[in-house]
Design a protein around this ligand. Structure first.
Ligand code: FAD
Length: 376
């Protein structure tokens, strides 16, 4: 018997599962991956994300595998702004391989059952009077018939391309912006500090962060997919041709096969449907530029878990509508800010305006960086 089926054991799914299991719910988590596994990400937890991890009691375990991040550096042509976090808080950098594994372990310790290597094909839907109710999921079985798994309540935390949210029409990739990412790890990068770095250029931006083991994570995000057939070359050329980063990457060596991802943006509205709640990127994803995807994943997972617990307590009707309202109240301002940032960096004109404004009003940009970092 299960009370809640969680699809996806990434940050959102693992946190939702941990909280539900700690409160006595019988939770089954399925993920197509086997942990530990790599995931393309900038690997930076902002101070707001660290605060949420502390709230659920896993921050110490995660910090053991992480580096402290004391602020963010933002650069454009002719401008470089460094915003330090207040002394009371810090961010962390940790590979997603380690972060996600620690979170899955915490969920399992709390009592959630984790099944890895299980691919969900779509929702198990019952339609009455034209209205769908999700009754569980359909699993893909290699070489066999799809398997139905029934559950009173399902949480979709299966990321940007959610098999559940997309097939129910709850989310979709917008026509614009369409951007892709390439990311990989380098050794021998000069000038790394305990800072996350965001380098905004006219037709792309680059995130750089130190990660444990003396490596640097570098990700490029762009709408221009030329050279994506050879992502290693494209990534190395982009960092080495950059006027600011080139000298720092001159003797650097890419030590992992880079991964690509895209299109990145996913739009959504409702946070679920009857029998289904959405958490993390499965509910929508604006853009990696603001570096707060993990904070949003944790925050939305906590909201989904709280709503699921109420549903188990008897308030089953309209649970998804309550979750939509809560997300709106808690996350809408930040998501609006993220969309504004995304729109600004989407055009060379916007980037130029941003550069001029940063030269004229650096303090304003420091405040914006701290707002992006969800400094508690
Ligand atoms: C280039 C880039 C850089 C980023 N950098 C940062 C950063 O530095 N800091 C930050 O805070 N955020 C960053 N983000 C955002 C962050 O990576 C996401 O917001 C975060 O991963 C969302 O977590 P999630 O649990 O919702 O989804 P995911 O991390 O995508 O996890 C989803 C899980 O579901 C599983 N799954 C998917 N489909 C199925 C299926 N059909 N059946 C079973 N299991 C399935 C997957 O295996 C995965 O484990 C970045 C994003 C990108 C693209």
């Amino acid at each position: 018997m299960i009370d809640v089926l969680v699809v996806g054991a990434g940050p959102a799914g693992a946190v939702a599962a941990q909280v539900l299991a700690e409160r006595g719910a019988r939770v089954l988590v399925v993920d197509r991956a086997r942990f530990p596994r790599h995931k393309l990400c900038g690997d930076a937890l902002n101070p707001g994300a660290v605060a949420l991890l502390r709230r659920i009691g896993v921050a110490d375990a995660i910090e053991r595998d992480a580096l402290r991040i004391e602020g963010m550096r933002l650069t454009g042509r002719g401008v470089s702004i460094c915003a330090r976090y207040p002394a009371s808080c810090y961010g962390l950098s940790i590979t997603r391989r380690d972060l996600d594994t620690r979170l899955v372990e915490a969920a399992a310790r709390a009592g959630a059952r984790i099944q890895e290597g299980v691919v969900v094909r779509g929702p198990l839907v019952e339609t009455r009077e034209g209205r769908p109710t999700v009754r569980g999921v359909v699993l893909a079985i290699a070489g066999g018939k799809p398997l139905r798994v029934a559950a009173p309540l399902t949480i979709a935390a299966d990321g940007r391309r959610s098999a559940l949210a997309v097939s129910l029409g709850l989310t979709h990739h917008p026509k614009r912006p369409r951007r892709w990412a390439i990311g990989g790890y380098f050794e021998g990068v000069d000038g790394l500090e305990a800072l996350g770095e965001m380098h905004v250029r006219r037709d792309h931006y680059l995130g750089v962060a130190p990660v444990p083991g003396g490596l640097a994570n570098a990700c490029v995000v762009t709408a221009d997919r030329r050279g994506f057939a050879d992502p290693a070359r494209r990534l190395v050329e982009t960092v080495q041709r950059d006027a600011l980063l080139g000298p720092r990457f001159a003797r650097a060596r890419l030590v992992t096969a880079p991964t690509t991802l895209g299109p990145l943006a996913v739009d959504g509205g409702a946070a679920g449907t009857k029998g289904l709640l959405l958490a993390g990127d499965a509910a929508g994803f604006v853009d990696p530029m603001t570096g707060d995807g993990l904070r949003l994943a944790f925050a939305s997972a906590l909201l989904a878990a709280e709503t699921a617990l109420e549903a188990l307590d008897g308030q089953r009707d309209a649970a998804h509508e309550r979750l939509t309202v809560r997300r709106q109240a808690m996350l809408a301002n930040k998501l609006r800010f993220n969309r504004a940032v995304r729109a600004l960096v989407a055009s060379p004109w916007g980037v130029r305006m941003g550069e001029y404004s940063a030269v004229l009003a650096p303090r304003l940009f420091e405040h914006l960086i701290l707002f992006a970092g969800d400094v508690p």
